[in-house]
Design a protein around this ligand. Structure first.
Ligand code: NAD
Length: 496
């Protein structure tokens, strides 16, 4: 199995792309020679075969990352030097944005313009933010001991970090993990999703070109139950950072605990509520909620999948939201205008359709959508879907669908909607639409979620922490918290 393949990319023509394992700055095959296939979600046809990293490959990658950590990265390099390399890396990603965006679109099904401007753009912004933060994290001096002693603290990189990421934002999730780890001085064993490994591999050549030393970023395509599990259980990995489902997060926590008690941070699922009060601007709120649920075709951990509307404006809000659903730019990923592409896989498409059926059978009213897109033609589109008159006992309100389906329920009072919004095992995001400033503050304090959006939805920034309450995760990414998640604090006591 070669480590590279040729593919035809719309508007770019034939492009050579990596499909092997990237260990110690070299492209290699899997020790088992095994591969796994990927599918183009817009056609349902075979896309590319990738090398499948096995235990022996994980061992090699960890060895390379450990050596790099001890010799050419971590405390061996000034933070300003790491920052310069991360900036150079970001420059190269920006240089190749058209190609990377096209490859991301092809592998994941998202619209090519969105992939280029949003996914690549935000990934670059994330790397640059952490390049800027690299030399701004210092310890403390603790000098209240008189002539007796002096204590100071050091912020040190955790070490070799396993990073396991999902398919919905393959490049952005990569950047959220790699940016802070590099800035902190950690080395990385990265496992992209088996559905979308391409752009994480493309990053490896750019890292090398930027001058990031061998072993700092090793990248291993592979399946969760083999490569992912081997990373989570590895005795010489110091931390595993994971984004994905709750079920997998649980398995990774157990594997980490059963092996070397490595540190674990988890960014998991969500079932984020939006609450629309009578005083809200209906048109504007509908635009935000529509973006919240239909961006990335609903495959978003903070998708605005549960909607609660105060009873006086219930019908008019549904009317406004329906117009937004019908205006979604649904189309082929290669079309610059497409903002709503196919779901990632046949399994995901069928799961979403089954949820819609379950909603119907439990009494929800399908206002719009509810079926495959008529022009799907082998791809995995499901139309933007609104299920009205839902209640808390329905599966579509309780479970994460991870597709373009929003449930709409009516509420009367503020107290009632707080209880409804918090009636979930998740706690990732929530949005409140009201013009009453006191109500904004009360709800911000009472809703159990890592992010609260007031009269807006889905806005993120590399400087703002992101993460979940309850089953939505452990720890925070982004911001200074995201850097600290890759650091240890060491206290040094010195007698005077
Ligand atoms: P998933 O849990 O199936 O897979 C995620 C990653 O984990 C993949 O790389 C997979 O190969 C790996 N994996 C699977 N089994 C494993 C195991 N036993 N050990 C180690 N690794 C294993 O999730 P997904 O379907 O790729 O992504 C969708 C989920 O991710 C949704 O629940 C979504 O809400 C969540 N998500 C959360 C965030 C966030 O920041 N909170 C962001 C994006 C996605």
């Amino acid at each position: 199995m070669p480590t590279h393949a040729q593919i035809n990319v719309p508007k770019l023509g034939q492009v050579e792309v990596p499909t092997g394992l990237f260990i110690d700055n070299e492209w290699v095959e899997s020790s088992s020679k095994e591969t796994f296939p990927t599918i183009n979600p817009a056609t349902g046809k075979h896309f590319l075969e990738f090398s499948h990293a096995k235990q022996e490959d994980v061992n090699r990658a960890v060895k390379s990352s450990r050596k790099a950590f001890k010799t050419v990265w971590g405390n061996n390099v000034a933070a300003t030097e790491r920052a310069a390399l991360i900036h150079k890396f970001a420059d190269l990603i920006e240089r190749d944005a058209d190609k990377i965006g096209a490859l991301e679109s092809l592998n994941s099904g998202k619209g090519v313009r969105i992939a280029r401007e949003f996914d690549v753009g935000d990934s670059v912004a994330c790397l640059r933010y952490y390049a800027g933060l690299a030399d701004k994290s210092h310890g403390q001096t603790i000098n209240h001991f008189g002539n007796e002693k002096f204590v100071y603290t050091l912020h040190q990189p955790i070490g070799v970090c396993g990073q396991i990421i999902p398919w919905n934002y393959p490049l952005m999730m990569w950047a959220w993990k790699v940016g802070p780890a590099l800035a902190a001085g950690c080395t990385i064993v990265m496992k992209p999703s088996e559905l979308t490994p391409l752009t994480a591999l493309v990053m490896c050549d750019l890292a090398k070109e930027a001058g990031i030393p061998a072993g700092v970023i090793n990248t291993l395509p592979g399946l969760g139950s083999t490569t992912g599990d081997a990373i989570s259980r590895h005795m010489d990995i110091d931390k595993v950072a994971f984004t994905g489902s709750v079920a997998t997060g649980r398995k990774i926590s157990i594997a980490a605990a059963e092996s070397n008690l490595k540190k674990v941070t988890l960014e998991l699922g969500g079932k984020s509520p939006s609450m629309i009060f009578n005083s809200a601007d209906i048109e504007e709120a509908a635009s935000w909620v529509a973006m919240g649920i239909w961006f990335n075709s609903g495959q978003d951990c903070t998708a605005s999948s549960r909607l609660y509307v105060q009873e006086e404006i219930y019908d008019s809000f549904i009317h406004a939201l329906t117009a937004k659903a019908k205006a979604c730019a649904i189309g082929q990923p290669s079309d610059e205008f497409t903002s709503f592409g196919p779901l990632i896989s046949e399994t995901q498409r069928d799961k979403v359709l089954a949820y819609i059926e379950s909603g119907r059978s439990e009494g929800a009213r399908v206002i719009t959508g509810g079926q495959k897109w008529e022009k799907s033609n082998g791809g995995y589109w499901v139309e933007p879907t609104i299920l009205a008159d839902t209640n808390s006992s329905m599966k579509v309100v309780k479970e994460e669908i991870f597709g373009p389906v929003i449930s709409v329920s009516k509420f009367k009072t503020e107290e009632e909607v707080i209880d409804l919004a918090n009636d979930t095992t998740y706690g990732l995001g929530a949005a409140v639409f009201t013009n009453d400033a006191g109500q904004q503050t009360r709800l911000s304090q009472k809703i159990d979620a890592g992010t609260i959006w007031l009269n807006q939805y889905g806005i993120l920034h590399p400087s703002v922490p992101f993460g979940g309450f309850k089953h939505s995760g452990i720890g925070r990414e982004l911001g200074t918290y995201g850097l600290e998640a890759y650091q240890q604090v060491k206290a040094v006591h010195q007698n005077l």
